[in-house]
Design a binder for this molecule. Structure first.
Ligand SMILES: *Cc1c(COP(=O)(O)O)cnc(C)c1O
Length: 372
């Protein structure tokens, strides 16, 4: 395919497969692996990641919205796809039609799924979400059994799983994490005592999967670590992850500017002497947040180069170190490796005042992806 644009995201699918094997290794036998591919696979491309993940042993895919689930089905993916948050009641027919596994946390959602399922002559396995302390979504931890009791008799519904989500799994030994874990275990016990089979119990995101074997239960739900990014500093020494995403561009223009000349909007950066400036054709509409202006580096000509001046919507400028020859079409690396040097998504995120999760998602915006 001809390149229409000299800026792109490169995704190393073998790194994704490696990460999933590394994450699965310490899991107890029979513990299922959900690959979370919401937000277009954290910016990596949901369909390609989903296929690679299933090939590497993932049993279930996780999405955030019905549209994301639909995209996987349209790509011919037949594996179980769970929608990790409640869809609006009016989307229930689509949830059932697309054979997505719904999250239920309110009576309204349960009623909508039940009526869509019975109209369509189906029985839908749902997962009950329990709020054990994060206070985002879910049935209160001490009301799980009574909530299930209140659904008895609704047609077309079958309890397939019970789950919760941690607020502080990235902090090893955290007291609130332990409290959430205890509450989840108590809810499971109460559900069983009320005569319900909770089915698949799950709680662990990437951080808990890596740091807390006591939270593995019957399935783990990994997102960020699948992509080779660490959810916290604490996980770095526990598992060998390989970052899957690189962000690259080719030099679209090179010019010499004299001492005192400014670069980019506002001319906020000025050359302290004769300087070579290279222009890369990507900017904040591609996920290079404008707040990164003058705070980020780029690998070019095998050297670490400073980005200078304001990041524009579609372009950014780089100061080429003296003595480095750079020409039109030369490859530059914004995230990834060049000549043995590496720029990480983590450092870019830190410079932008955010986390690697948000930085990865940002690159979904307009860059095309190449799979290697
Ligand atoms: C996004 C999400 C995950 C994945 O979290 P990571 O920290 O990326 O591993 C797991 N569970 C739920 C409910 C989520 O929304």
């Amino acid at each position: 395919m001809p390149s229409r644009r000299w800026a792109w995201v490169e995704v190393d699918l073998s790194a994704v497969a490696h990460n999933i094997s590394a994450l699965r290794k310490p899991l107890p036998p029979g513990c299922r692996f959900m690959a979370v591919v919401k937000a277009d696979g954290y910016g990596h491309g949901a369909v390609e990641i989903a296929k690679t993940a299933l090939g590497a042993g993932a049993a279930v895919l996780g999405v955030a919205t019905v549209d994301e689930g639909e995209r996987l089905r349209e790509a011919g993916i037949d594996a179980p796809v769970m929608v990790l948050a409640e869809a609006p009641p009016e989307a229930a027919r689509d949830v059932v039609g697309l054979r997505l596994t719904p999250t239920v946390a309110t009576r309204e959602a349960a009623l909508a799924i039940s009526s869509a399922a019975s109209e369509m002559g189906r029985v839908v396995g749902f997962h009950l979400k329990i709020d054990t302390g994060m206070h985002r979504i879910g049935v209160a931890h001490d009301e799980a059994a009574s909530f299930l009791q209140s659904l008895v008799g609704l047609p077309g519904l079958r309890l397939e799983g019970v789950f919760t989500h941690f607020a502080t799994a990235d902090v090893p030994g955290d007291w609130d994490f332990e409290k959430q874990l205890e509450r989840f275990k108590d809810s499971l016990a109460a559900v069983r005592a009320a005569g319900f089979d909770p089915g698949v119990a799950h709680a662990a995101n990437s951080a808990a999967t890596i740091l807390a074997p006591s939270a593995h239960f019957d399935m783990v739900r990994c997102g960020i670590a699948v992509y080779g990014l660490h959810p916290s500093e604490a996980t770095r020494e526990r598992v060998d992850l390989r970052p899957a995403m690189s962000v690259k561009a080719r030099v679209a223009a090179v010019r010499e500017v004299g001492m005192g000349e400014g670069v980019s909007y506002g001319l906020t950066w000025r050359a302290s002497g004769p300087t070579t400036i290279a222009t890369l054709p990507l900017g904040y509409a591609d996920g290079i947040h404008r707040v990164l202006s003058g705070r980020m580096r780029v690998l070019l000509g095998g050297r670490m180069c400073e980005q200078v001046g304001r990041v524009c919507m579609d372009q950014l400028m780089v100061e080429v170190p003296r003595g480095v020859g750079v020409g039109l079409g030369d490859e530059a690396v914004v995230v990834g490796e060049q000549s043995g040097k590496r720029l990480t998504l983590d450092e870019l995120a830190e410079a932008a005042g955010t986390i690697n999760y948000e930085m990865a998602c940002a690159f979904a915006a307009r860059l095309s992806r190449r799979y290697v």
